[in-house]
Design a binder for this molecule. Structure first.
Ligand code: FMN
Length: 183
């Protein structure tokens, strides 16, 4: 791997993951600081990877606990693993939650037509105590969705490649600057 090419290769794979449901990097784990100041983490779907601006994005319910966590502490980590590439990527990012505006409208135009639309139309916020039969999604036609777009501005990346021969490689990437590390 030529060092100069690695950051671009990583962004290429991130972009592929937004298109390919089977890409290992499609579903990273998002780690945040919880309201109780304890670590918290969950899986999300990677929806955008924009190399020119160094941003990733995922969608969520604007009422979900992770949104409150990110609003209180925008610093987060996304962890990706691809078994095919044998690459782990840890991304430190600063997150911004968008609950309205053109980006959210564009995202809803996409998600609103899909099977996932119902996830963003529930009357009750995610994470509430729930009894079977209580939760009725409001009709999509009201437009009352709760989709939020979370933009994650990438600060640093920690890339680890597991070699089949036991020769692992690791690099820290900040913008276009790359530093090789001992794995
Ligand atoms: C494969 C997979 C993909 C998921 N994708 C998303 C997602 O894109 N956005 C999201 O908000 N939750 C997603 N979830 C659910 C979250 O992992 C989590 O359970 C939920 O959002 C509540 O998180 P919170 O209580 O920390 O806010 C996904 C779960 C799985 C298993």
């Amino acid at each position: 791997m030529i060092p100069d090419h690695l950051p671009h290769r990583i962004w290429q794979e991130l972009a592929r993951a937004t298109q390919d449901r089977h890409h290992g990097w499609r579903t990273p784990v998002l780690a945040t600081v919880g309201a109780d100041q304890q670590p918290n983490a969950r899986t999300v779907v990677l929806r955008q990877a924009r190399e020119p601006v160094g941003e990733l994005a995922f969608f969520t319910d604007g009422r979900s606990p992770k949104v409150a966590e990110l609003q209180a502490q925008p610093q987060a980590v996304l962890v990706f693993w691809s078994a095919r590439l044998r690459w782990q990527l840890r991304v430190a990012a600063r997150c911004e939650v968008l609950t309205d505006g053109p980006e959210v409208d564009t995202a809803w135009a996409r998600v609103g037509q899909s099977a996932a639309a119902g996830d963003y139309l529930t009357a009750q916020p995610p994470g509430q105590p729930w009894a079977e039969g209580e939760l009725e999604p409001v009709p999509a036609s009201t437009g009352a969705h709760h989709l939020a777009v979370v933009r994650a501005r990438v600060q640093t990346m920690d890339w680890l490649a597991l070699g089949l021969d036991g020769q692992h490689r690791r690099a820290r990437i900040e913008g276009q600057a790359l530093t090789w590390l001992t794995p």
